[in-house]
Design a binder for this molecule. Sequence first.
Ligand code: NDP
Length: 255
Amino acid sequence: MAYTIDLSGRFALVTGGTRGIGLAAARRLGEAGARVVITGRDEAAGAAALRDFAAAGISASFQRLDVTSEDDITRVIGTIAADTGIDILVNSAGVAAHCNTEDTDPAHWDYLMNTNLRGTYQCCREALRHMAARGQGGSIVNIGSISGIVSNVPQNQAVYNASKAAVHMLTKSLASEFANRRIRVNAIAPGYIRTEMTQGGLDNPEWSKIWLDMTPMRRPGEADEVAQATLFLASDAASYITGEVLTIDGGYTTR
Ligand code: NDP
């Protein structure tokens, strides 16, 4: 008999769901039967995603949520938690920036840390409050990065790398803290995945050659290859997995 993941009756919220990895994860969760709330800042992209989902028979809605806004986080997550409850949270909202460290300023630090780390932390905290109070368990998947494991080249991105390493440790810490409430918290560390975030680098022959030479599978990953693992970690198929950082990188970090 074919093995399928069934998320019927589950409610999922995806940050950074308007594009790239978050959008692909939202689609996989929806295809598995979850009712999905896609969030992000780009309302036109959210509306386009909903049209595609509706055409595919996927039940979803969109809420504007900027993860750097404490107000947005408490209001949106609080409202959804009160209306339906939240069983699954995927934190994919993230930004990247390359800069030689001597050229950076506090705004560079704040931009990356406020979105990638503070945003992930605040969304986790808000969802965990509701999941813990509801008492029905839950599952969180944070999108980290291989940049939180190895210092990748040729781009200089010390702050981005630090933000993602912190997301990994945040994940492990929350996993330990909430395991007794039947809430699992895992992370995924993608390698080079073809999305808007990496398009500039993949279009740059020099960078692309370096990235792919260092990737044993010699190709970038696709957003759906991360989405499928997100679906697995979010589901009961991963019922004894918590605090894990799952690398999806075509072998990049095997070196
Ligand atoms: P994209 O640039 O394609 O998408 C980024 C997403 O993050 C968009 O949906 C965007 O939505 C959202 N976002 C950015 N800032 C905010 C904000 N302040 N509030 C809410 N949403 C925000 O990137 P990817 O899909 O590639 O990246 C997704 C995650 O994966 C990121 O955390 C990234 O660091 C990580 N990652 C990506 C890799 C890759 O190779 N692509 C490799 C390793 C990790 P909107 O514009 O609507 O706000």
